[in-house]
Design a protein around this ligand. Structure first.
Ligand code: ADP
Ligand code: MG
Length: 723
């Protein structure tokens, strides 16, 4: 039998075994305890109970849990696992795990491999060091992780990983998964009810998600010379390379062989873990790449994206690369995002955001399409907030990324459809109705062909059969934006259903009632639709006139999460309580402060310990040179040494500014640190500390241009990019 060895340690340089026949499909999900594995290894009763839990959310009793655990343990050990862990996603945005061995001594000289239902289903976790926003005081440091049967366990390296939710002793969610699962359930209910207007056979609607992941690869040895890259994940200074991305020669270019080796290795690891990676290509910026998996049920897609990032880090290490997930690692070249492709599918197999050939199905499409647009219009500040982070702030609103304004792009044809629908009369004659269906609704299938006018500058674009939320940061956990998007659309669908039902009760025919409400929604959500250049100054002005929010910084954006409207939305849908929202707000701001604080410290250190000493050394060489010239040329040296003396003066000027600005930045930090409440602190870091970054960087970068290349200690952009 062919044994597949998954990644064990970062030092393990052995690539994964490939099946002899070269078929990668045979690797797929080998290390996942999925339905197939369960069916084979569990009794029929236990299997049925787990399926019921997965599909209908029923509880698994202790006896069944024991059976599942035994099967899981034996399966995992056969895959080389020695340990197990509850794998969860705390609010740090990453993943967390604590390994426990299966091994357990039963007498002084005998041991067994133990793993029962108790260990599978729920674990107590000392989680006092995870962000909790004050929900738990440290003396009550208990948190629980609980098995999420809807995401399959997997063996990664030598560890069986069991996806879990993470909640406080008092019941509040401390992770991204818990509210996501709630939101997915809320939208399932709301969308199912609406879908049943069109097809009574629908009994479940699943949210689908495909996350395109962008990243940079940098040679490890070179990256190691840059404390800023290693500590903060981005370059805090560095003059732009003479050649960046201006020739557009990197996008979809030939993948360098060293990178290809990394990608191949990565893809094999992913396939073993059941991550259906499909597409790979060069991105716009030098050394920037993208990986896209095939979309999945949203909860699984979110888990797999988190896992993917972890695998990517490890495989990169094995290939002597450092992988950068930061949204803006380099000034002057594109940043990285994570496009979240989002849609809804029924258990009858219909993508609710795919236009179809029959008019009635198209009315269904229009319903979900328009309700999504309306939801985005109603709650755009929450979508913006869902992607806010200190690191994404460098990308959103910068001129090659989606702006901090959320708008919806739908393309020319659908705009025409909505425009026609909007002005159509309320009381249609039968002929008009037919015409409407034919001319408006019937036109939509052509859209499938219309992928040419995709607007890359839109943060929220309809792309044929799904919406693509492009403002998500490359480093982010997709759970947050997916949770928000699903919640707001669920809320909108619920309101839609109420409005339509009221009209039906008032005597309107179902179809007319639906049309009437949709027409109103089209009017009410017009301001969110924008087809032009989202990066332009004009749009910013226009958006302000339309009353759309434009929060450029995280502290500003996050405030929206605790607005009255937000609290009402999350509480009424049951996705997050007010306590949880407030805790998350605090955690978000705390994380913001820490990130800016670390950057500020690192920048100060580099400026003082690398840049200034190097500049002084070079200046001394110049001074020696001038002295020498004076010896040779006597009084006329001033003319001969004019350039050097000019340089000496410039260097001194830059050093002086760097010193004074670093000093002032440290003072600003001290002031911010002493502010008592976290909101004020975040504001101070944002508006009083961060502005120094640009100034200090400017002068450091000027020195980089002046100083002898041989002396410069930091690897330059051009060297980082082209190696
Ligand atoms: P691009 O946006 O780069 O042109 P694609 O059209 O291939 O790329 O799709 C990008 C991502 O969208 C992929 O991860 C794909 O699986 C995902 N996707 C496609 N259809 C759906 C859907 N119905 N729901 C969610 N994601 C989808
Ligand atoms: Mg895309």
């Amino acid at each position: 039998m062919l044994r597949f060895t998954a990644l064990t340690t970062a030092q393990n340089r052995k690539p994964v075994a490939v099946p002899e026949n070269g078929k990668r499909s045979e690797l797929f999900a080998q290390n996942v305890f999925n339905e197939e594995a369960m069916r084979q290894l569990m009794t029929r009763d236990a299997f049925a109970a787990v399926m019921n839990a997965i599909h209908n959310g029923t509880k698994i009793d202790r006896r069944v849990a024991d059976q599942v655990a035994t099967a899981m343990r034996d399966w995992a050990i056969s895959k080389g696992a020695t340990h197990y862990t509850h794998w969860f996603q705390p609010l740090t945005g990453g993943t967390a795990e604590k390994h426990d061995a299966f091994f357990e001594p039963v007498t002084r000289d005998r041991a067994i491999e133990r793993f029962g239902g108790g260990q599978l289903v729920q674990q107590e976790s000392d989680a006092s060091s995870f962000p909790n926003g004050g929900i738990r005081n440290t003396f009550e440091a208990r948190g629980y992780t609980a098995w999420d049967p809807s995401s399959p366990p997997f063996v990664y390296g030598t560890v069986l990983c069991i996806p879990t939710i993470f909640i406080a002793y008092t019941g509040e969610a401390l992770d991204n998964k818990t509210p996501l699962l709630k939101a997915l359930s809320v939208i399932d209910q709301a969308a199912t009810e609406v879908a049943r207007y069109f097809d009574k056979n629908v009994s479940k609607v699943t949210t689908t998600l495909g996350c395109e992941q962008e990243y940079f690869l940098i040679d490890k040895a070179l990256a190691n010379t840059r404390p800023d890259l290693m500590i903060t994940g981005r370059t805090l200074l560095g003059h732009q390379a003479a050649k960046g991305q201006q020739l557009d020669d990197h996008y979809l270019g030939a993948i360098p062989s060293r990178v290809l080796a990394f990608m191949r290795d990565l893809e094999q690891e992913c396939l073993l873990l059941g991550i259906p990676v499909k597409t790979r290509h060069n991105e716009v910026a030098p050394n920037q790449f993208e990986l896209a998996p095939i979309f999945e049920e949203a909860n699984l897609a979110v888990d797999q994206n988190s896992l993917l990032m972890d695998v990517m880090r490890k495989v990169a290490e094995r290939h002597d690369f450092v992988i950068l997930f930061h949204e803006k690692p380099f000034a002057g070249v594109n940043g990285s995002g994570k496009h979240n492709n989002w849609s809804l599918v029924t258990d009858t197999g219909v993508n609710l955001l795919a236009p179809s050939k029959t008019p009635i199905k198209n009315l269904q499409f229009l319903t979900f399409f328009i309700c999504t647009i309306k939801a985005v219009c109603e709650y755009e500040p929450l979508l913006r907030a869902s992607v806010a982070s200190a690191t994404n702030d460098y990308r959103l609103g910068a001129n090659e990324a989606p702006p901090a304004i959320v708008s919806v792009f739908i393309g020319e044809q659908l705009t025409q459809v909505l425009d026609a629908l909007e002005v159509s009369s309320d009381n249609l004659s039968p002929e008009e109705k037919t015409e409407l269906k034919l001319n408006v609704v019937g036109k939509i299938p052509d859209l499938f062909l219309d992928t040419t006018d995709r607007n890359r500058t839109s943060p929220f674009a309809f792309t044929g059969n799904k919406f693509e939320f492009r403002a998500v940061g490359s480093k982010a956990n997709c759970g947050k934006p997916t949770m928000v998007l699903s919640t707001i659309v669920a809320q909108q669908l619920t309101e839609f259903k109420k409005a339509v039902d009221a009209l039906i009760e008032g005597g309107k025919k179902k179809e007319d009632a639906i049309f009437k409400v949709l027409r109103r929604y089209i009017k009410e959500s017009k301001k969110i639709r924008f087809e032009g250049d989202g990066y332009s100054k004009e749009w910013e002005e226009e958006a302000a006139r339309r009353g759309l929010s434009n929060h450029k910084t995280t502290p500003e954006a996050l405030k929206e999460n605790i607005s009255e409207k937000a609290v009402a939305l999350f509480e009424s849908t049951g996705v997050l309580s007010k306590v949880e929202l407030l805790a998350r707000y605090e955690i978000g701001l705390e994380e913001y402060v820490k990130t800016v604080q670390i950057e500020s410290r690192v920048l100060g250190d580099i400026a003082r310990n690398h840049v200034v000493p190097t500049a002084v050394r070079y200046q001394n060489t110049l001074i020696e040179n001038v002295k020498g010239l004076k010896e040779i040329f006597g009084d006329s040296y001033q003319e001969v040494a004019a350039e050097q003396m000019e340089l000496i003066r410039h260097i001194s000027e830059h050093i002086k500014v760097i010193h004074s600005q670093v000093e002032a930045m440290v003072e600003a930090r001290k002031h911010a640190n002493h502010l008592p409440d976290f909101e004020a602190k975040a504001d101070a870091y944002c508006n009083e500390v961060k502005p120094f970054f640009e100034i200090i960087r400017y002068h450091c970068d000027k020195l980089e241009l002046m100083v002898d290349d041989e002396l410069w200690t930091l690897t330059k952009y051009r060297e980082l990019f082209f190696n």
